[in-house]
Design a protein around this ligand. Structure first.
Ligand SMILES: Nc1ncnc2c1ncn2[C@@H]1O[C@H](COP(=O)(O)OP(=O)(O)OP(=O)(O)O)[C@@H](O)[C@H]1O
Ligand SMILES: [Mg+2]
Length: 231
């Protein structure tokens, strides 16, 4: 579904990504892990088109995305939920969702109804301002907005960061549900190990700009964690 080959990125003269290779198969949820500052967000930004890459290829369902602007990549089927969520605090939940539709030229609201089924809390709060929602609710709003673009792959950057445990479970359940519906693959950057173990099918671990370990989630054992993830 999504295939990254040999992605290299330099920022302000230093090499941030050193040849990242990563594949997200169809109908699967892949966790991208690693300590702070190893290049996880930079990898996602290279996929979405928010950063200039030096070399490499990003293919989505066989189509090369390199050289395309972020909005063109979104139309190809990339749905992105950035780290820190990035919703509009002064717009209502409904307006935040509508922006997702407008950007993609969708006129009817049927997709909104469908996506809101996944997030009942948002349905209740449609007229509230985004800024007054809790962190977990904002995360759900950002996910809903990304889903409205009808993506082939949903890319999330640390969705559990700063969110209370019961909402983390809810978000995990929702991701698994989305994946099981079979139309959307998921790439998740995540530092919370238990979350990856409960929702992931496979994992990649990065260190200093490169992938240093990968495999099915069952192989993410104590040795691997100790070697690559504990600080
Ligand atoms: N605009 C920039 N200019 C220069 N260096 C940058 C820039 N953005 C990020 N970096 C550096 O690139 C490296 C990778 O950053 P990145 O944000 O991809 O890490 P990360 O794995 O997502 O970290 P975290 O877990 O803290 O979110 C870091 O060393 C960071 O300091
Ligand atoms: Mg990051």
């Amino acid at each position: 579904m999504l295939q990254l080959s040999n992605i290299t990125v330099s920022l302000q003269g230093s090499r941030i990504l050193r040849g990242v290779n990563l594949t997200v198969p169809e109908r699967s949820l892949v966790c991208l892990m690693g300590r702070n500052g190893v290049g996880k967000t930079t990898t996602l930004k290279s996929i979405v088109g928010l950063i200039k890459t030096d070399t490499g290829s990003v293919k989505l369902a066989g189509t090369e995305l390199m050289g395309m602007a972020p909005d063109a990549r979104a139309r190809q089927g990339i749905g992105y939920v950035p780290q820190g969520r990035d919703i509009f605090p002064h717009l209502t939940v409904w307006e935040n969702l509508k922006i997702g539709l407008v950007v993609h030229g969708v006129r009817n609201v049927e997709p909104v109804e469908r996506v809101l089924e996944l997030f009942p809390i948002l349905k209740e709060f449609l007229q509230r301002k985004g800024g007054v929602l809790s962190g977990g609710q904002q995360q759900q709003l950002a996910m809903a907005r990304a889903l409205l673009t009808n993506p082939k792959i949903l890319i999330l950057d640390e969705p559990t960061e700063g969110i209370q445990p019961n909402i983390i479970d809810l978000i995990g359940d929702t991701l698994v549900k989305i994946k099981k519906e079979g139309k959307i693959s998921i790439l998740l950057v995540e530092q919370y190990l238990d979350f990856c173990l409960s929702v992931g099918d496979s994992f990649y671990i990065m260190d200093r700009g490169a992938v240093v370990a990968e495999g099915p989630i069952a192989h993410l054992n104590d040795d691997v964690v100790k070697k690559h993830l504990t600080v």
